[in-house]
Design a binder for this molecule. Structure first.
Ligand SMILES: Nc1ncnc2c1ncn2[C@@H]1O[C@H](COP(=O)(O)OP(=O)(O)OP(=O)(O)O)[C@@H](O)[C@H]1O
Ligand code: SF4
Ligand SMILES: [Mg+2]
Length: 377
């Protein structure tokens, strides 16, 4: 079997958020709580989950922008956490980051030419005499004209700025780009253009992406595989097509049932998780979802469900009971609409769609549970 481009094993990251007057930690956020996944060359793995589920922290961990509390990251078979300074520079050429807000990540006092030439010089990607030409090539790759090289970031639209940020990431000829909500700040009209650009570049250059998003419609458009996160853990990891066709974990089912469907008359069971996401400072024991899941049994309150792949397959689910649950889409209708579900829908789809009903004709179904203290974006 070939070595994956990137492999994360048992990643844990805690943040101390409160200390006593003596400096002893008194509250710790379990931002990432034992996460394992791999990304193949040329593949897009989407990380999806509500706000605070740990997506960005994973992105920063795999790029070694922050150190893990525990766990391992391997890139092209090498232990990223053991790299010395010189090796780390080499790794930074191979693995890049594109942020949500391109305006914040581009220096407003530098021209686009200078912004793109900087990584070329820093990593000695091309000889000095070739840098100007390479800047023009990079602009062309992301669909911008050469004359834009002399302009400053504020002279661009949001979509154009994100193209510049992508060009800057490409300057060092990476193999992996972590895209952290790369289109969330863009107008809906330019989102698909930037997503198409990312897909085209992937095909041309054989890039792999870790694509972080809370927008399932966007994920459906771009992902080969999807890892669904809940409170610092991956609860389901599957090929995108398989996940969207038949989510297994109760949390994934609730998320997917909240996406507006394109056909106005299509009916779909909407699965409800009542209550909000519990605090990551003191998450529930056992399965983190047990306070909100109607299928919870005693075992769920005590024992953490492991992310277990089905025999011979690549679809992994972290639920003690997923094999016993009725197939997604054949659940019994229940009654009251839930404010928590509305917030979930708002977090995972366009707010306008939600308010307008989004053309979705749904049947409310089965989930119950107790409310926790934290909020859903
Ligand atoms: N530097 C930090 N110090 C303290 N807590 C942090 C820090 N960074 C992240 N956290 C906490 O870790 C948890 C996970 O945060 P993270 O930013 O990874 O979530 P996310 O899934 O990317 O959310 P969003 O969709 O809002 O971007 C949250 O509870 C967050 O408050
Ligand atoms: S059935 Fe149990 S293990 Fe599965 S999601 Fe519900 S609470 Fe978690
Ligand atoms: Mg984030």
């Amino acid at each position: 079997m070939s070595v994956p481009l990137l492999e994360a094993q048992g990643l844990v990251r805690h943040f101390v958020v409160r200390r006593s007057v003596f400096g002893t930690p008194t509250a710790t956020v379990q931002a990432v709580d034992g996460v394992s996944f791999s990304v193949a060359a040329g593949e897009t793995l989407a990380l999806v989950g509500e706000s605070g589920s740990g997506k960005s922290t994973i992105g920063r961990l795999v790029l070694r922008l922050i150190e893990p509390t525990a766990g391992a990251v391997r890139f092209e078979g090498r232990n990223v956490l053991a790299l010395d300074e010189r090796e780390l520079r080499g790794f930074r050429r191979r693995a890049q980051l594109v942020f949500q807000d391109p305006y914040a990540s581009l220096n407003p006092r530098m021209t686009i030419a200078a912004i793109l030439a900087e990584p070329l010089a820093l990593h000695d990607v091309v000889p000095p005499a070739r840098r100007r030409e390479r800047v023009y090539e990079l602009l062309e790759m992301v669909g911008l004209e050469a004359r834009f090289a002399r302009r400053y970031p504020h002279e661009f639209s949001g979509g154009q700025r994100q193209r510049v940020a992508i060009a800057r990431a490409l300057a060092v000829e990476p193999k992996l780009i972590v895209c952290d909500e790369p289109v969330s700040a863009l107008d809906v009209s330019v989102r698909s253009q930037v997503l198409n650009l990312l897909r085209d570049l992937q095909r041309q250059l054989g890039l792999a992406y870790i694509f972080i998003s809370h927008d399932l419609a966007v994920v459906k458009h771009i992902a080969d595989r999807v890892a669904v996160m809940y409170l610092g853990r991956i609860v389901e990891d599957a090929a995108a097509e398989e996940l969207f066709r038949g989510p297994r974990h109760p949390y994934s089912r609730a998320l997917l049932s909240a996406i507006p469907v394109p056909r106005p008359r299509a009916r779909r069971e909407r699965q409800i998780l009542q209550g909000d996401v519990p605090s990551a400072i003191d998450p529930p024991a056992g399965c983190h979802l047990h306070l909100r899941c109607a299928h919870a049994v005693e075992r769920c309150r005590i024992e953490r469900p492991l992310l277990t792949p089905e025999a011979g397959g690549g679809h992994a689910t972290a639920c003690h009971r997923w094999t016993e649950l009725p197939p997604a889409g054949s659940v019994t209708p229940a009654d009251a609409p839930s404010p928590a579900l509305d917030r979930l829908v708002a977090a995972f789809s366009g707010a306008a769609d939600v308010r307008a009903g989004g053309g979705v004709d749904t049947v409310e179904t089965e989930f119950a549970g107790r409310a926790g203290p934290a909020s859903v974006r």
